[in-house]
Write a protein that binds this ligand. Structure first.
Ligand code: GLN
Length: 538
C-alpha cells in the first residue's frame, strides 16, 4: 500500500519546501523505496505555461509534455527519475475538471461545492499517481503558506485523507521558519506556534516540524516547539541554511529526517542511505580544479529562477569536469547598443537562453556574431538556436532581411517560421510543440560525439522552427544540421565547423540534466570551453 507524505509551509513563502521534499525523497530512495513527488499549486492558471517567467520562474517541461512548476525540476535532478503531468496540479486544473464534469451532467441534481466536489477532486489527483505508477511513497508538496485563503481546500483534502487512510499512512511535515532577532540575540518560536495553530484549526496535527533557521536550534528551543506544537521533540528537525541546495540531503540525513518519517509511517528499513554518488558529486562541486566563466544571455536575468534548470545543469556538468562554472547573467537588451567587448571579451563561453517575443532579440544576435567571429564557445537553446540561424543568414549568407516570423511576421526571408501545425491554433495554453521527441544525429558530429549514440529523445517547448526551404542554402554556406526529427524532418541541432564549439538546439537539454546524469551536450560544452581557455593560456 502506498504511503503519503504531505509537505506544508508555514510563516513565510520561499522556505524551500521543494528542496526539503526532494531531499527527503532522495534519502528514502537510497533506502530502496520507490518515491515520487507531486506539487499542488493553489493558483487558478490551469498550468504555469501561460505565466511570465518574472511571475513564477522557469516553466519546467516533462517528457509527456506538461508545462509545470520549476520544483519538478528539482525533483528530477535529485531523484534522477522523470515526472509527468500528474506530478503538478493547480487549482485551475482542479476546477476545470470539476466544471467540465458538471457540464457533462456528472453531478446532475446536486449543488457543486468546494466541499466535497473540489476536495474530492484534489484527493483523486493525489491518489492518481499511485494508481498509475508503482510507488511505495508519494510526497505531495502543497504550494503557498498555511493561512492563505487559497490553500484551504488543500488542507481540508489532507485532513480527510489522514482520517480515511489513518495517521500512519498519511503524514504531514510542516516546514516553518524560526526567525532570529539580532537585537534580542534570540531565535523566536512564536510564528511557528501560530502557524501550527492554523493547521490545527484546519484539523491537521503536523507529525514532523522542519525548522528553517540561520542558527543552531538549542534543546531548549526544540523542547518549547515540541510542547507548544504537540510534536515529539525528536521530530523537531533543524534545517540550517546551507551553502548549496545539494547539501540539504546530507543535512537532513544528519538530522535523521528519514528515520523520523519512517517511524511515523511505521515503515522498517535496515538500509542506511549511503549517498555515495551524491557525496562524490558534492566533493567535486566544492573543490574544483578549474574555473570558467560563461555568459548567460537572456532577458529575464533579474530573476535567476527564470533560468533555474540552466544554472543547475552547469553545476552538474561543471562538477563532472572538475570545473567551477561561473554563470554571468547578461541582459540581452544591454547588448543592443553598448560596446560588446565590455560584456563578452572576458568570457570563456556564451549561452544564449530560450525565450519568447521581440524584446532583447537584437542583442542576442549581435552577441552571437561576436562569439562566432571571435571563436568563443557558443551554446544556443531554443530561441538561442533560432537567433544563431538568423545571425548566420544575415551576416554570412548576406540575407540582410532574414528574421524569425515570431519577430517580423512579414519578413521576406523567414528563415525561422511557425510550424505548420501551429498555424491554426487559437488557444495559448498547452498548445506549443511540447515534450519528448525523437531526434537522429549525424555520425561524426559534435552532438553525436557528445551523446555517443545516434538516436536521442529531448524535450521541446516552442512554436517556431528552422524553415527547411533554406536548408540547402545554409548547408552550402557552411552550417551543419546534425540533429533531425525522423518523423517531421524538423531541424533540431545546428553546428558550425572551424570553431572551438558552436552548437544550437531547438530542444531544452537543461531540463534533463541531473546530479547523477549531467546532460551530454552541456558536459561537452563545458569541456570544450575549458579546453579552449587552457589552450589560450598555454
Ligand atoms: N519563441 C520561440 C518559439 O516559440 C522559442 C521558444 C523557446 O525558446 N522556448 O519557437
Amino acid at each position: 500500500m502506498t504511503k503519503y507524505i504531505f509537505v506544508t509551509g508555514g510563516v513565510t513563502s520561499s522556505l524551500g519546501k521543494g528542496i526539503i521534499a526532494a531531499s527527503l525523497a532522495k534519502l528514502l530512495q537510497e533506502r530502496s523505496y520507490k518515491v515520487t513527488i507531486q506539487k499542488l499549486d493553489p493558483y487558478i492558471n490551469v498550468d504555469p505555461g501561460t505565466l511570465n517567467p518574472y511571475e513564477h520562474g522557469e516553466c519546467y517541461v516533462t517528457d509527456d509534455g506538461a508545462e509545470t512548476d520549476l520544483d519538478l525540476g528539482h525533483y528530477e535532478r535529485f531523484l534522477n527519475s522523470p515526472t509527468s503531468q500528474n506530478n503538478n496540479v493547480t487549482t485551475g486544473r482542479i476546477y476545470d475538471t470539476v466544471i467540465k464534469k458538471e457540464r457533462e451532467g456528472a453531478y446532475l441534481g446536486k449543488t457543486v461545492q468546494v466541499v466535497p466536489h473540489i476536495t474530492d477532486e484534489i484527493k483523486r489527483r493525489v491518489k492518481l499517481l499511485a494508481e498509475n505508477g508503482d510507488w511505495d511513497i508519494v510526497i505531495t508538496e502543497i504550494g503557498g503558506t498555511v493561512g492563505d485563503i487559497e490553500s484551504l481546500p488543500y488542507l481540508e483534502a489532507l485532513r480527510q485523507l489522514k482520517r480515511e487512510m489513518g495517521n500512519t499512512n498519511c503524514i504531514n511535515i510542516h516546514l516553518t521558519l524560526i526567525p532570529y532577532l539580532s537585537a534580542a540575540k534570540e531565535l523566536k518560536t512564536k510564528p511557528t506556534q501560530h502557524s501550527v495553530k492554523e493547521l490545527l484549526q484546519a484539523g491537521i496535527q503536523p507529525d514532523i516540524l522542519v525548522c528553517r533557521t540561520e542558527h543552531k536550534l538549542s534543546d531548549e528551543i526544540k523542547s518549547k516547539l515540541s510542547l507548544f506544537c504537540n510534536v515529539d521533540q525528536k521530530s523537531v528537525i533543524e534545517a540550517k541554511d546551507a551553502d548549496t541546495i545539494y547539501d540539504v540531503p546530507i543535512l537532513m540525513l544528519k538530522e535523521k529526517l528519514d528515520i523520523r518519517v519512517l517511524k511515523a509511517l511505521k515503515l522498517k528499513s535496515s538500509k542506511k542511505p549511503e549517498l555515495t554518488a551524491w557525496k562524490e558529486f558534492l566533493g567535486r562541486h566544492k573543490n574544483p580544479t578549474y574555473e570558467i566563466k560563461i555568459g548567460l544571455i537572456g532577458k529575464y536575468n533579474e530573476l535567476p529562477d527564470a533560468y533555474k534548470s540552466i544554472y543547475e545543469a552547469f553545476v552538474h556538468s561543471g562538477a563532472s569536469n572538475e570545473c567551477r562554472v561561473i554563470v554571468q547573467p547578461i541582459h540581452s537588451e544591454r547588448l543592443e547598443t553598448d560596446e560588446l567587448e565590455k560584456y563578452l571579451s572576458s568570457l570563456d563561453g556564451v549561452l544564449v537562453a530560450p525565450g519568447f517575443g521581440e524584446r532583447g532579440i537584437k542583442g542576442k544576435i549581435r552577441a552571437i556574431k561576436y562569439v562566432r567571429e571571435n571563436k568563443i564557445p557558443f551554446f544556443g537553446i531554443c530561441l538561442g538556436m533560432q537567433c544563431a540561424v538568423v545571425e548566420y543568414a544575415r551576416n554570412v549568407m548576406k540575407l540582410k532581411k532574414a528574421a524569425s516570423t515570431e519577430v517580423k511576421p512579414n519578413t521576406p526571408e523567414p528563415v525561422i517560421s511557425m510550424m505548420e501545425d501551429q498555424k491554426n491554433i487559437k488557444n495559448m495554453g498547452g498548445t506549443m510543440r511540447l515534450g519528448s521527441q525523437k531526434c537522429k544525429l549525424e555520425k561524426g558530429s559534435l552532438a553525436y560525439r557528445a551523446y555517443g549514440r545516434s538516436e536521442i529523445n529531448e524535450r521541446h517547448r516552442h512554436r517556431y522552427e528552422f524553415n527547411s526551404e533554406y536548408k540547402t542554402a545554409f548547408e552550402s554556406a557552411g552550417m551543419r544540421f546534425t540533429g533531425i526529427n525522423p518523423k517531421s524532418e524538423l531541424v533540431e541541432i545546428i553546428e558550425l565547423n572551424d570553431h572551438p564549439f558552436f552548437l544550437g538546439v531547438q530542444f531544452h537539454p537543461e531540463l534533463k540534466s541531473t546530479v547523477e546524469k549531467p546532460h551530454p551536450l552541456l558536459l561537452a560544452f563545458v569541456k570544450a570551453t575549458l579546453k579552449t581557455k587552457l589552450n589560450e593560456k598555454a
